[in-house]
Design a binder for this molecule. Sequence first.
Ligand code: SF4
Ligand code: SF4
Length: 149
Amino acid sequence: MTDTSFFSAGLKFSCKRCSACCRYEAGFVYLSKNDMEKLTGELKTDSENFIKSYCRWVTDRRGKEVLSLREKGNKDCIFWDKCCKIYDARPLQCRTFPFWESIVSSAQSWEIAASGCPGMNSGKLHTGKAITDCLEKRSAQPIICRRGK
Ligand code: SF4
Ligand code: SF4
């Protein structure tokens, strides 16, 4: 279970729309079944074609093959083109940033992430309950996995 002590009094975050988290650097945007349903509905396609066109299988820390969005050659997200082209249907991972377990688990991991995101530690105060809700949504919507060790 996540230790909530670091964020129980809330954390400040308001996106400054700098686009740094959608562009420039390699990274993974993992997808759940729910994400896939929303995106295939938005793009009027089926999951097979969606995976072929926009996704890649990557190996996570546990050695499992999980589904992630693809990047362009310049490392921008496949859906970045001056803005997020699927904003209303964007994956849960994008919706819940920076309230991910890997980030809110300690002050140190929060500050490391904040060094690359000007929206963290400023703007709206998100309550501990709101942050816990983000973590619970992630647990309830597991990332699509193809194979495990
Ligand atoms: S890096 Fe932070 S401020 Fe910039 S777009 Fe991403 S969430 Fe918003
Ligand atoms: S899906 Fe949209 S919000 Fe998420 S990383 Fe790609 S461009 Fe950014």
